[in-house]
Ligand binder design. Structure first.
Ligand code: TTP
Ligand code: MG
Length: 350
C-alpha cells in the first residue's frame, strides 16, 4: 500500500477549497519564491511536470497559479501513524517502509489472490472513511511485484498480479520501474539496448552479471518478479531530527535561537509521540560557504526532557557565534522505548 500524493492529499483534505487546483508542498515555499525543494505535488500539479525534489523556484516557474504550502510534518506524521495502526490490524506480518508505504503479508490470512483483492478493497475503504484519503494497493506473490503493482494504477488504484501473470505484467515496463535501478544502472543497460523489463527477461543471468557485477543477478531475479525478502518489521528508529534553511544566511543570535527552538520543538514532539527516550543530542550547522559541522553531546542517561535538548544545543552552538549560518538542525540518537510491560526506564537498558 502506498498513499496517493500523501502530503498534498492531506492538505486538500484540510482545505477543501484547494480541491481541483494544483497543490505543491515543500520546504520554505514562500508563495513559490522560496529556496527549498518540492516534497510532493498533487496529481493536478503533476500535469505541469512538477514532482518531488524539484526546486520550488522551478515548480513556481512551471505553475505560478499553484497553491504553495509549507510542510506540516507534525500533521502528516499523525495521519501516517493513524493509517499504519489501522492497516497493521490485518496481519501480524506488517512492515512500514516509509511515511506512506507499508507491506502486509496475507499468506494464511486469505485463501487466494481474489481474497486478497477483497481485503485490499476493504482496507482502501477504511482508510477513506477514517482519514478521508485514497491509497493505492498492489497485490503480488513477492514484495517487488506488489510494490510495482501499487504504482500501476495510481491514484486510488488496486492492481492484482497473480503468480502466472507476473512475467507478462512486468515485461512492458521500463527498467526504471524496478526499485534499485537508478540513472546509473539504466545508462549501463541502455548502451546494450536494454530499456524494458522484457529485454532483461530475455537475457541469461550471466550476461547481466558481466554488465553489472553481483547486482546483475539481483536484477535478473527482480525482472522475473523473484524477491526473497520477507515482510518483516524492522528494528526501532535510529534517530529523529529536523533541520531548517534560513531565508537568508544570518549571524543574528536571536534569529538563530528562534530557528533552533522550532527544530527542537518538532524533534522533541516526534520523540514523545513515538514514545522514545534519547541520550545523544547532535547539532548540525551549515555556514554560508556550505561548510557543514555536526557537534554531539551524550547525556548522562536516557531522557525525554525537552530542556536537555535546548541546553545541550545552545552549548554546542556557542562555537559558531558570529558566523553566518545557512542551515541549522538537531538530531536525537541513542533512542530507546519503554515497552508496555516495562515500568522503569532501567528495565530496558542493557
Ligand atoms: P511518495 O509515496 O513517493 O509520493 P506521494 O505519496 O506524494 O505520491 P504518489 O501518489 O506517487 O505515491 O512519498 C510519500 C511522501 O513522502 C510524499 O507525499 C512527500 C514525502 N516525500 C518527500 O518529502 N520528498 C521526496 O523526495 C519524496 C519522494 C517524498
Ligand atoms: Mg505515496
Amino acid at each position: 500500500m502506498d498513499m496517493d500524493s500523501f502530503f498534498a492529499s492531506i492538505e486538500e483534505r484540510e482545505h477543501p477549497e484547494y480541491r481541483g487546483r494544483p497543490v505543491i508542498v515543500g520546504a520554505d515555499p514562500q508563495e513559490g519564491q522560496g529556496r527549498g525543494v518540492v516534497s510532493t505535488a498533487n496529481y493536478e500539479a503533476r500535469k505541469y511536470g512538477i514532482g518531488s525534489a524539484m526546486p520550488i523556484s522551478k515548480a513556481y516557474y512551471q505553475c505560478p497559479d499553484g497553491i504553495f504550502l509549507r510542510v506540516n510534518g507534525a500533521l502528516y506524521r499523525t495521519v501516517s501513524m493513524n493509517i499504519m495502526e489501522l492497516i497493521r490490524e490485518y496481519s501480524p506480518r506488517f512492515q512500514q517502509v516509509s511515511v506512506d508505504e507499508a507491506y502486509l503479508d496475507l499468506t494464511g490470512i486469505v485463501q487466494d489472490f481474489d481474497g486478497a483483492g477483497r481485503l485490499a478493497a476493504e482496507v482502501k475503504k477504511r482508510v477513506q472513511e477514517k482519514e478521508g484519503l485514497t491509497a493505492s494497493i498492489g497485490i503480488g506473490p513477492s514484495k517487488i511485484v506488489a510494490k510495482i503493482a501499487s504504482d500501476y494504477q495510481k491514484p486510488d488504484g488496486l492492481t492484482i498480479v497473480k503468480p502466472h501473470e507476473v512475467k507478462d505484467f512486468l515485461a512492458p515496463l521500463s527498467v526504471r520501474k524496478i526499485p534499485g535501478v537508478g540513472k546509473k544502472t539504466a545508462q549501463v543497460l541502455a548502451i546494450k539496448g536494454i530499456d524494458k523489463v522484457e529485454d532483461i527477461q530475455a537475457m541469461r543471468p550471466g550476461e547481466l552479471v558481466d554488465l553489472l557485477g553481483r547486482w546483475g543477478m539481483g536484477l535478473y531475479n527482480l525482472a522475473h518478479g523473484v524477491d526473497g525478502r520477507e515482510v518483516e518489521e524492522k528494528g526501532v528508529r535510529k534517530s529523529i531530527g529536523r533541520e531548517t534553511t534560513f531565508k537568508e544566511d544570518t549571524s543574528d543570535p536571536g534569529e538563530i535561537r528562534e530557528a533552533l527552538r522550532d527544530v527542537i520543538d518538532e524533534t522533541w514532539q516526534e520523540a514523545i509521540q513515538r514514545g522514545y527516550f534519547f541520550r545523544t543530542v547532535t547539532l548540525k550547522v551549515r555556514l554560508e560557504d556550505f561548510s557543514t559541522f555536526t557537534r554531539a553531546k551524550t547525556l548522562p542517561g536516557p531522557t525525554r526532557d525537552r530542556g536537555s535538548i535546548v541546553q545541550t544545543a545552545a552549548m554546542l552552538l556557542k562555537e559558531f557565534q558570529g558566523q553566518k549560518v545557512r542551515l541549522i538542525g538537531v538530531r536525537l540518537t541513542g533512542l530507546a522505548r519503554l515497552e508496555k510491560d516495562q515500568t522503569k526506564i532501567e528495565d530496558f537498558l542493557e
